[in-house]
Design a binder for this molecule. Structure first.
Ligand code: NAD
Length: 360
């Protein structure tokens, strides 16, 4: 039997991101915050002073036995995601787990399988899939306005907080989830090079090159060591190009009617073909303001209540983890390309890349 609104929710973890989830759960009419689960008493006290009257529980296992709890939102560090999500699903709770879904492909696959068997919603928290500018660009790609997408570049850098899980697991899930959503095809190969200044075990900068099935490629730079916050993506298509700068509040998306065309048969000094440059208008479309996390939680509630697949679905979360794992393998192999087979498993760490996803 399907649960009814309002759905009883427990948020787990009240560090940096947890308070944002708590605030949005409280504001969403389909959800009711039953309690916070936080094992650090200083953080729990911070929550109590902001939300007097709402319970705090230090023990995760205890909340699973409570029949008022329909769903848990997990906002703890990545290395804890698998155990917490597994226990919650086994106890019959729907799960929203922060990105990345898990730290290994084996764990992510086990969670996807468990959620399917239990007929429960398992949703990774890929918040950018609910960002209005990201969705504007998704619509531009889907409608064909950009033409064939040739490549995407992405830079996500700032003077960031060092975390034991490393910059690739911390920041790259955002770029990877956006790229998988926009391009709607699997990643065929990944190569990654890192730069480690302070701790050899924790690279604070990484450069990823991704080749997607059937053509487009992407380059992703992530770093916690940069002079200012950079959140920029550029999509280059055969008809138009787009710049997305998430640090510009009212003009995050700019559409450039620019490009190069090849005139076949036109006389030129360089052979039979001539390149002509197009330089048309630059348009900054109006984009409605909305808080992505609120939309994400609304989608989570809707999936539980109606059975619809959330936009940030478990298989997309698994694909992100596959690419992250392949990137880690490439990082430890001095940047050699890692080829991902159709089933997601790594089939080769070196050798030239073939477009069908195999090795040439
Ligand atoms: N979607 C986004 O845009 C976004 C942004 C930032 C962080 N995140 C994600 O949110 C998650 C948390 O990141 P953070 O920066 O808030 O981490 P954090 O370390 O600041 O906070 C984690 C909190 O979880 C608590 N905790 C850990 N294990 C626990 C357990 N077993 N039971 C109860 N409490 C426990 C800790 O005491 C801590 O207070 C990560 O997965 C991160 O990737 C997502």
């Amino acid at each position: 039997m399907r649960a009814r609104a309002p759905l009883g929710v427990v948020v787990v973890g009240y560090g940096y991101w947890g308070p944002n989830i708590v605030r949005n759960v409280i504001e969403r009419p389909e959800l009711e915050l039953i309690a916070l689960c936080e094992r650090d008493q200083t953080q729990a006290q911070r929550f109590r002073s902001r939300h007097p009257g709402i319970e705090t529980w230090p023990d995760f296992d205890e909340l699973l036995a409570d029949a008022r709890v329909d769903a848990v939102c997990i906002a703890t560090p990545p290395r804890t995601h698998y155990e917490l999500a597994r226990k919650a699903l086994e106890a019959g709770k729907h799960v929203l787990v922060e990105k990345p879904l898990a730290t290994t492909v084996a764990h992510a696959e086990a969670l996807v399988d468990l959620a399917q068997r239990k007929e429960l919603v398992l949703m990774p928290g890929h918040t950018f899939l609910y960002s209005p500018p990201v969705n504007k660009i998704h619509a531009l790609i889907e409608s064909g306005e950009l033409g064939e997408v040739y490549f995407v570049t992405s830079s996500r850098m700032n003077l960031g907080i060092y975390q034991a899980d490393g910059v690739v697991r911390d920041l790259a899930p955002h770029d990877l989830s956006i790229l998988l959503y926009w391009l709607d095809r699997r990643v065929a190969s990944v190569s990654a090079a890192g730069c480690t200044v302070f701790n050899p075990e924790v690279p604070e900068t990484a450069f990823l090159t991704l080749r997607f099935e059937d053509g487009p490629s992407a380059n992703v730079q992530v770093s916690w060591l940069a002079p200012r916050k950079v959140r920029q993506m550029i999509v280059v298509g055969s008809r138009k190009m787009v710049q997305y700068d998430d640090t510009i509040p009212d003009g995050a998306v700019r559409i450039y009617d620019r490009g190069l065309d090849l005139e076949i048969g036109a006389p030129s000094n360089y052979g039979e073909h001539r390149l002509t440059y197009r330089s048309g208008d630059i348009v900054a479309p109006r984009i409605d303001a909305a808080e992505p996390l609120s939309l994400e939680l609304g989608d989570f509630a809707n999936s539980i209540l109606t059975g619809a697949r959330p936009r940030s679905h478990a298989e997309l979360g698994l694909e992100v983890v596959r690419v992250l794992e392949a990137a880690q393998v490439s990082l430890s192999g001095a940047g050699e390309p890692v080829v991902l087979a159709r089933g997601g498993e790594i089939v080769a760490r070196s050798g030239s890349f073939a477009p069908d996803g195999g090795t040439a």
